[in-house]
Design a protein around this ligand. Sequence first.
Ligand code: UTP
Length: 288
Amino acid sequence: MTVKPVRKAVFPVAGLGTRLLPATKTMPKEMLTIVDRPLIQYAVDEAREAGIEQLIFVTGRGKGSLVDYFDMSFELEATMEKAGKSLDALQSSRTDYGEIVAVRQQRPLGLGHAVWCARHVVGDEPFAVLLPDDLMVPGALKQMVAAYNEVGGNIVCAAEVPRDKTASYGIVTPGARDGNRTEVKGLVEKPKPELAPSTLAVIGRYILQPEVMGVLDAQEPGAGGEIQLTDAMARLIGRQPFHAVTVDAVRYDCGTKLGFVTANLALGLADAEIGADLRNYASSSMSQ
Ligand code: UTP
């Protein structure tokens, strides 16, 4: 089976991040730092590792720093070079000419609407969507692309969640299972635990066919008054192959205070430079 390669990735970064106020009052949630780099850097690195060539940011007002971050910082680099300082730490935040395209979502009408705002840049190609506040360690997209290359169509990243948490996720109605792939028979946005068709939840990585944009064209607001990506994806089930892939990665929901602090702790403890000292500090403060 030949499938069109996934070359483009959409990063919806226009949300308000109200669960992390006041930190996100003037700073985009996706610029919050885990150890030494912003969330958006992890997502971009994950996309590049999966072979993505074009990065499409869906931004909004007050989110300019996300695009600036990947630009060349001429004054900074010139000053550091003059002072004989290494520029190594800036390496991964560099992008090639034209690698990043930014489009605007003028009002935060939901994730489905944010993805739709990228339709002219996506064109007639399959594309990935990465939500940077879902930090995946190691990156999930490469594993999803491997599954996509076998079965094509649409792929969502999925993970089992406790039944009392189903109302926070899109939930899969599962079909046949094959290794880490589950056929998707249906998708329900944020069902109450007693109504959830399973506990297999969609998490922030997707590979979608361009036809989803046509569905989003006509989409009315769903749960929470937002234009839901889940509802649009659900319309493709039965028309195109649709699978959920469980990946070998730990997910940190950095859109919540607990997930954000946990990610900093976990990645800090694993960090070659500071891990040992942090472990000493954590164990001595816990024994007090
Ligand atoms: P969330 O569901 O976490 O929403 O969005 P949010 O507005 O950012 O945060 P809270 O709920 O107010 O705390 C998941 C991803 O989708 C983007 C966000 O920027 C985030 O990366 N998003 C969400 C948009 O780009 N536009 C939207 O209208 C909604």
